[in-house]
Design a protein around this ligand. Structure first.
Ligand code: AMP
Length: 559
């Protein structure tokens, strides 16, 4: 075990399990970036990534990422160093991803939309040393200036790199890094670094929607992360001829696992559209994409006219993130594609309805876990008592790619895991047993207090604390309100001092605190008091019912 894998902030997988996983091949002792290199050696001339502006082959991507990695190492980036990623969907992001991994450093999957509240917290918690930002000229928000400010506030942040930017003082364009390094030298540097990595070392930090307080950090390890993507690709029958697209943010766990790694592990081509309906569907049509995943924020795309051109080539469509409306499922099938559903999380577990499963099961369940080694239980909430199949309870899971603990969060971990290491997902699920004895899951709601805004999770408690800092707010309760486009949006119930308070005022307040825009409430209800349950907690169900009733009575619009 290396020094880094012995980091006390990381909860270890039980060592007996690790040995079993390594023996069975569930885990690999070849680190993530070397797995990509192996794929690139096999599929060199094939196209690895396509974006709006061009494409890159496996061989080109492998060489370029070797060079960038060698330059990063030469510049002092060390194995285990965390690097914040604030990048959109593009070839440059994929270059940055594999290059940082090849340097042995750890991509931190922050989002381009995060601001100082989120970036400051995450950077401090992981001890980030580098910050990679999109510097596309003319962007609405200046991420380069923002990164400079963050570096002032967080002393560990020593490096700032840009993609897509014009060169500016004290920043380094990733595009210019290592261009003069001879390929053989670059490969030797990368191999040297990779040889020092252990399967138990952290490959990537993902962020959790979290349930209480600040966002929790998810360490994904070299032993399991690439294989998780491979398992996804194999389950969908991906091959080197697959052209897969991922239009949701690439750095989400689903983007990395189901989009990037699942495609590259099998030699396919990944098309990366921006998350803009018309552009994305046109790019998918132009590149004859045959396999994609749509999150619930994109279900409306499927019902649109523009879907037809993209659908002409789609053979496999996986629907994710929320219950799938029957008309969405039927429209996917009407063009001849196989429709499936998935449920998953940055913490690990994926489920997937097998493409061969009967239609009824594909339309109404999220399937069994992705791999035979995944374990799950449906628990009586608040206890470790397992419920009989068919009853609704909290889903808990354990397995070779589900974390045994969040990073540096011992107190939270003691609540988030059962005594025998099952992760309590906070989601409500029920089991259907099929004719052949398989156990399929359906997702029936959640216990955790979040808003799922088109796939971005907003932690209610965190937002309530931020709202409470407004002078006019005495009490605040955040709930999800149903929305036809994004599934859910944020509605804030507030008790005020009497001073007038509206959506723009709260948004200005959150902006001044450096809170990412996707968390800002889109509806404010000023009330005289918050409803309470018998034990004195705010009755969120009553609030959800209240806003739901107002919306369905047509007295309000969610926007
Ligand atoms: P993330 O870690 O951001 O991918 O979020 C994971 C969470 O998204 C899960 O714990 C669920 O609350 C939610 N989620 C993911 N897939 C589904 C689905 N198919 N149905 C309902 N909720 C889902």
């Amino acid at each position: 075990m290396t020094g880094r894998s012995a980091d006390p902030r990381v909860v270890r997988y039980d060592e007996k399990r690790v040995e079993r996983y390594l023996r069975s091949g569930a885990w690999s002792d070849v680190p993530t970036a070397e797995r990509f290199h192996q794929a690139a050696v096999r599929h060199g001339d094939r196209t690895a990534v396509v974006d709006q502006h061009g494409s890159i082959t496996y061989a080109e991507l492998d060489l370029r990422t070797d060079q960038v990695a060698a330059a990063l190492v030469e510049g002092g980036l060390a194995p285990g160093d965390p690097v914040l990623f604030q990048l959109g969907n593009s070839i440059a992001t994929v270059v940055a991803w594999y290059a940082v991994l090849k340097a042995g450093a750890v991509p931190v999957a922050t989002l381009a939309g995060h601001r100082s509240h989120e970036i400051g917290h995450v950077a401090r918690q992981v001890g980030a040393v580098g910050h990679l930002v999109d510097a596309t000229p003319g962007a609405k928000f200046d991420l380069v200036a923002f990164a400079r400010e963050q570096a002032e506030l967080t002393p560990s942040l020593r490096y700032l790199w840009t993609v897509h930017g014009a060169e500016r003082d004290a920043t380094r364009r990733l595009e210019d890094l290592g261009t003069g390094i001879d390929p053989a030298t670059a490969r030797r540097v990368v191999e040297g670094v990779q040889a020092g990595l252990d399967p138990r070392d952290i490959a990537v930090f993902q962020l959790s929607g979290g349930t209480t307080g600040s966002p929790k950090i998810i360490p994904r390890l070299h032993g399991e992360y690439w294989n998780n993507g491979l398992a996804w690709g194999l389950a969908l029958g991906r091959t080197e001829s697959t052209v897969a697209a991922h239009a949701a943010p690439l750095l989400h766990n689903a983007g990395v696992s189901c989009g990037l790694h699942a495609t590259h592990a099998l030699g396919g081509c990944l098309v990366l559209p921006p998350p803009v309906k018309d552009v994305a569907l046109a790019l998918m049509a132009a590149h004859q994409v045959d396999d994609t995943l749509f999150g619930h924020g994109m279900f409306g795309w499927i019902l649109s006219e523009e879907y037809e051109a993209a659908a002409a080539h789609l053979r496999t469509v996986v629907l994710a993130g929320a219950k799938v409306p029957p008309e969405v499922f039927a429209r996917v099938e009407s063009f001849g594609a196989r429709a499936a559903q998935t449920f998953g999380m940055g913490e690990g577990l994926f489920t997937l309805t097998p493409l061969t499963a009967p239609r009824e099961l594909r339309a109404t369940t999220v399937g069994p876990p992705l791999t035979a080694d995944d374990e799950f239980r449906v628990l009586d909430p608040g206890s470790e008592r397992e419920l009989p199949d068919g009853e609704i309870g909290e889903l808990a899971c354990r397995g070779w790619y589900t974390i045994p603990g969040y990073f540096d969060a011992p107190e939270h971990n003691s609540r988030a895991f059962t005594s025998d290491g099952f992760y309590r997902t906070g989601d409500l699920a029920a089991v259907t047993v099929t004719a052949d004895g398989s156990r399929y899951l359906s997702i029936e709601g959640r216990i955790k207090d979040i808003v799922n805004r088109g796939g971005e999770k907003i932690n209610a408690e965190e937002l309530e604390q931020l709202l409470h800092r407004h002078d006019a707010v005495l009490e605040a309760a955040v709930v999800a309100m149903p929305d036809p486009v994004l599934g859910e949006r944020v509605c804030a119930y507030v008790v005020t001092t009497g001073a007038p308070l509206d959506v723009p005022a709260l948004r200005r307040h959150l902006e001044s605190l450096g809170v990412a825009k996707y968390k800002w409430p889109e509806r404010v209800e000023v009330v005289g008091g918050l409803p309470r349950t018998q034990v004195g907690k705010v009755d969120k169900r009553a609030l959800r019912d209240d806003i739901g009733a107002k919306l369905s009575a047509g007295t309000l619009s969610s926007r």
